[in-house]
Structure formats: C-alpha cells, structure tokens
Ligand binder design. Sequence first.
Ligand code: ADP
Length: 452
Amino acid sequence: MYNSNHSIASNLLLTVVVSLFAGFIIGYPGWTLAFALLGWALFQIKQFNRLQQWLMDSSNSDVPETSGHWGELFDELSRDQKRQLGRSQSLRAVIHRFQQSSAALSDAIVIIDNHNNLEWWNRAADRLLGLKASTDRGRSVMNLLRDPRFVRYYRKQNYDDPLQLPSPLSNEVILEYRLTRFGVGDRILVARDITRLKQLEQTRQDFVANASHELRTPLTVIRGYLETFLDQDLPRPLQRGMNQMANQSRRMENLVSDLLLLSRLEASPHISDELPIPIQSIICRIRDDAIALGKDKNQTIELDLDPNNTLLGQEAEIYSAFSNLVFNAVRYTPAGGRIQIRWWADKKGTHFSVADNGPGIDSIHLPRLSERFYRIDESRSSDTGGTGLGLAIVKHVMLRHNGRLSIKSEIGQGSTFSCHFPKELLSSGSQRQPDDPDEQEPKDQAAPSSIR
Ligand code: ADP
C-alpha cells in the first residue's frame, strides 16, 4: 500500500541535502536552503490544491497527472475510486433485481419504518391496497389502512396469526395480512389475495350444509320404517339385521344433524345476541342426561357449580358444547369411573370444566383433537357411537362466544376439557378470586361439590 509519510519525508530530505550541497558550492548554503524549502512548500501546496479540487469533483474529472509521491497517491485514489464504482454498480444491480422480482410477486409487500411510516412497497401493493407512490410515501400506515381491526392487529405485539379483512379498495376482495418485525422496530407487511380460497371455503360449507339437509328427510323415513318393522314379530336373522340397520341409520342421523349444526356455527364468526343463560339448570339437565346415557356403567358424576354467576350467550349452542364434553366423558370413561363437572368465575372470566379419570389422551393428539373427524382410536370411537364432530362443535361454539377450549390429559390419569369465557360474558354475581383456570384445573378436581 502507498505510504505517503515515508515518501514525503524522503523527498524533503533529498531537497534539503541537494540544496545544501548546491549552497556550499556557490557559497550561500543558508539562502539556497531557504529558497529550496520555499519552492518545495509551494509545490506541495499546489499538489494539495489539485487533490482537493479532484476530490470535490472526482466523478466528473480524470485523476490529475503528476509524478513522484503525489502521482502515487493520485493513482492509489483512482484505483480505489474504480473499486467503489464497481461495488456500487453491483449493488445497484442487486437492488434492481430485487425490485424486479418483488414487482413480479402477486402478493403486496410493504416496508414500514420504526415510525410506522410507509418506506417502500411493490407494484402489487398499488393494486391490492391502493397505495400511490406520489402521495403515500412517508405517510403513516394506519392513515392508509384505517380499518379498526387492522389498527388493533398492527398495534398488537404478537403477529403469529394472520388477519383476514376486505381490501380497502373493494369489499369483494378478501386479503390476508401478515406482519413481520425486522431491524429496530421496522416491519414488513405482506398482503395476499385470498378471495378465491374464501369462495371455495364458502362453496364447501354450502355443499355440506345442503347435502346434510337433503339427507335428513330420507334418513328419517328409513329409520321410521325400520322401527315400525322392528315392532313386528320378525324371524330372528331378519330382526338382527333390522336392528343393525336401525342403529346405523340413527348414527347417520346424528352425523347429519352434527354436520348441519357445524355448518350453522361456521356461517358467522360471532353470536348475534347475547342472552342470559340459566347455566346451572342447563348443567343439571346435562348431568341427568349423562346419568341416563351411562346407566349401565355405574359412574359417579359430581357437580361443583358456582350458584351466583351465569353466562351471556346462545343457550342452544352452550347446551350442545357442554353436553358434548360431558357425554364424551361418560362414553370414554370405563365403568365405575368418576366425572367432575365444574362451573366457576374468576377475574379472567367464567369457566366450565369436565374432568374424568378415564383412559386419557396422548399429548401428540391434543393439538388436532378438535379437528372434524379426528379420532385417536377408530375402534374405540365407533364403539361409543360418536360422530367425530363433537369437539369441532365445541371449538366453534367457543370461538363464537370469544372463548376457547383447553384440553389437559395424561395417559392412564384421565382428561380435563375446559371452556373459558371472557369476563364480558359474565352476567352478574360475586366472583371467586383469583384462580388461573389452567393452573387450577388438576388441583380443583377434588374440590367439594356445591350441588350433587
Ligand atoms: P367422537 O364423536 O369420536 O367422540 P369428538 O370430536 O367428540 O368425536 O372427540 C374426538 C376424539 O377425542 C374421540 O374420538 C376420542 O378419541 C377423544 N376423546 C374425546 N373426549 C375424550 C375423553 N373424555 N377421554 C378420552 N378421549 C376422549
């Protein structure tokens, strides 16, 4: 690398030596040295000025021609300038390629800075979100996407789940928004057009609802005739066959009515009316039905109900959800087992739980248990006569009530299924403090019953 200090010092030394030598020859060493140093200094100043001028306008002018250490310095600077130029050209090519590829994407990509202002976006964002480069660059994202649901989602710290909303340009176009953080407080927003997916989903829901509806009438007729035939005095083999047919048609009827219920629940994400539900009497009714269902199993069914608190919601849906959980407990818990049903409130909201000491469920199944037709053990489930839709119904009822279903289970120890409702759905009465439902469930299984 070029060493300017060393080069200037040797140049200066050479000037001093030569001028002193010449001065001694002509008899004026002092004057000769002074003139030589003055000339040397003027030369350095001139070169320095050329350097300064070139640096100020280095992109437009060629490197100054000179020799000696200044020449070496200029050459070094010129080489460095060429290297920088090469680097900036390849960087520009990368940026150009990135812009080209992101422009070709059908998803909208928007980069938002740490002040929530729009920094950059691709062409799809113009089309899907209506962003305009001339007016919107530097504006706050929340001024452009004003839907309160988007604003709430944007302010949330957790972006694990995407948000589905109509596009700001048209209600017909449904977009799925995903936010990702990067850098220091910057975000990337990706918006995807899922209109077609939504339409397919709607078609599927309509098909299931229509098919179930159409199947209901013929099934009722078949079962009606079968039951009439079974009242007759039939030969034994025929009676066995008829019995099986009647059982299977009953199972199909249950399946069809669960499918219809599920389609109704899916049709809208939230309940329209929140009415007070006589929750204690509903649970007592479910308990009575459960005793009838498990009459040959000699199970103990205990109730622990908070008498003060009740729930706002849809009674039929809540009945369906709670009865599914209690009937599952009866069906899957062996004879002589123990089932505990609880209803209580705390500072987080209200809770319903059903705990049993049945076979339990392996933790690998828990995340998928509320999917429709998900079964751990096909033979065990068909023995119990279940439809495979019970927990899917519970999950949807809970979603419509802004609540959630939680499941805790251990093989050989039993299972606890809990429904947690937000405190906005609590309808008056004193509240017990301060249980965390998830932590309390196993301990409270032994809680004393207030109604038995
Ligand atoms: P099914 O009609 O088959 O009961 P569900 O959706 O109600 O359908 O339940 C899904 C699966 O979860 C069941 O097949 C069963 O294996 C398991 N399950 C549900 N409740 C219990 C329980 N209390 N104890 C053990 N397993 C259960």
